[in-house]
Design a protein around this ligand. Structure first.
Ligand code: DAH
Length: 337
């Protein structure tokens, strides 16, 4: 090979290279092209280099420099193209980066759980601890121990969900009062959140399953003043000091005297501000204390049962309780913290 021939081979490669490199469309084709241009075996540049030795000695230095410059130029072009192709491959994998980001739904605490947590916290500060009881109960714990007479209408088939074998789904959290007193003698202060079941229709104000929070304080010398002061304190903490609340006389078999607590709210249902009942309460009936093995001559107590669903409705202005059971994230999203 003469120096001229060697030069022409280098120039030809330098001329062909850019178009060939620009034409490869993916990394596999790029790899093949690189081998054919600068690959150790059979690459065009390698073939040119191996001809160096056949050149006259005095030409080898210039020829070597030319071959090297060609190699550097080709390798630079190859590297630039490789980076382009790799970038394009990544772009395809992640989709169109100019599209707006997809909102990711992180989940949030359900408004009823928010209310349960908040109420638990207020009562925790007052020295109440959490107690739990079973949702499948016996007639004795759910009704009879709580001083319901054996023919009380709440025990009717159309009010209560009975289980095979004589059990039932608890209709309220009050049986936790008896179960807890049997295990832990007074003085005692507990809060018992949990689900309860009734044979009810599913409409704007009823659902066959809902949450309740039971409260119970038993000690020596407890009076209705303790009940009223504590529950008023709770309402002030929960709704704010300016919110109006009231107690109305009521009846429950397991309390005497009994009351209901109302709070003034606008549920956002178009009916404006009105009184909504948020809980039943009263002094624990001596018969209930005795049924739990507590000496009712020595100890007295007060108790309440509230519906956190009702309370969530009153807090957030939710007119229909059915949305509390809805999985529509547009409803739940509003409570994301
Ligand atoms: N258990 C009652 C109900 O479900 C609510 C209730 C009323 C609970 C008065 C109490 C109470 O502890 O003292 O309707």
């Amino acid at each position: 090979m003469t120096l001229d021939e060697f030069k022409r081979a280098c120039e030809q490669l330098a001329a062909d290279g850019p178009a060939l490199i620009a034409a490869v469309g993916d990394l596999v084709a790029w790899g093949e092209l690189r081998n054919s241009l600068v690959g150790r075996t059979g690459g065009r540049l390698t073939d040119i280099m191996s001809a160096l030795g056949s050149l006259p000695k005095e030409d080898r230095r210039a020829a070597g420099q030319l071959a090297n410059a060609t190699k550097v130029a080709i390798e630079e072009l190859l590297e630039t193209r490789r980076a382009e192709l790799a970038g394009a491959a990544k772009t395809v994998a992640i989709g169109d980066p100019s599209m707006p980001a997809r909102q990711n739904w992180r989940g949030s605490v359900h408004p009823v759980s928010l209310v349960i947590d908040e109420i638990s916290e207020i009562f925790r500060e007052l020295g109440f601890s959490i107690a739990l009881g079973p949702e499948a109960e016996t007639e004795w714990y759910n009704f009879l121990s709580l001083n319901f007479p054996a023919d009380h209408p709440a025990m009717e088939l159309h009010d209560t969900l009975y289980l095979e074998g004589g059990g039932l789904l608890r209709t309220h959290t009050s049986p936790v009062q008896i179960r807890t007193l049997q295990k832990y003698p007074p003085p005692i202060r507990i809060l018992a959140p949990g689900n309860v079941y009734r044979r009810d229709f599913f409409d704007a104000t009823h659902s066959p399953m809902f949450a309740q929070i039971e409260g119970l304080a038993v000690d020596e010398g407890i009076s209705f003043a303790d009940l009223k002061a504590t529950l008023t304190h709770f309402a002030r903490r929960f709704y704010g000091a300016s919110r109006r609340t009231r107690f109305r006389p009521s009846f429950f078999p397991f309390t005497e005297p009994s009351a209901e607590m109302d709070v003034e709210v606008d549920l956002g249902d178009g009916r404006g501000v009105r009184w909504i009942e948020i809980m039943g309460c009263g002094l624990v009936h001596p018969a209930a204390l005795e049924n739990a093995g507590v000496d009712s001559e020595k100890f007295t107590g007060w108790a309440f049962g509230m519906g956190p669903g009702r309370i969530a409705q009153s807090r957030y202005g939710i007119p229909d309780c059915r949305v509390l059971f809805d999985s529509d994230v547009r409803f739940l999203e509003q409570f994301a913290r």
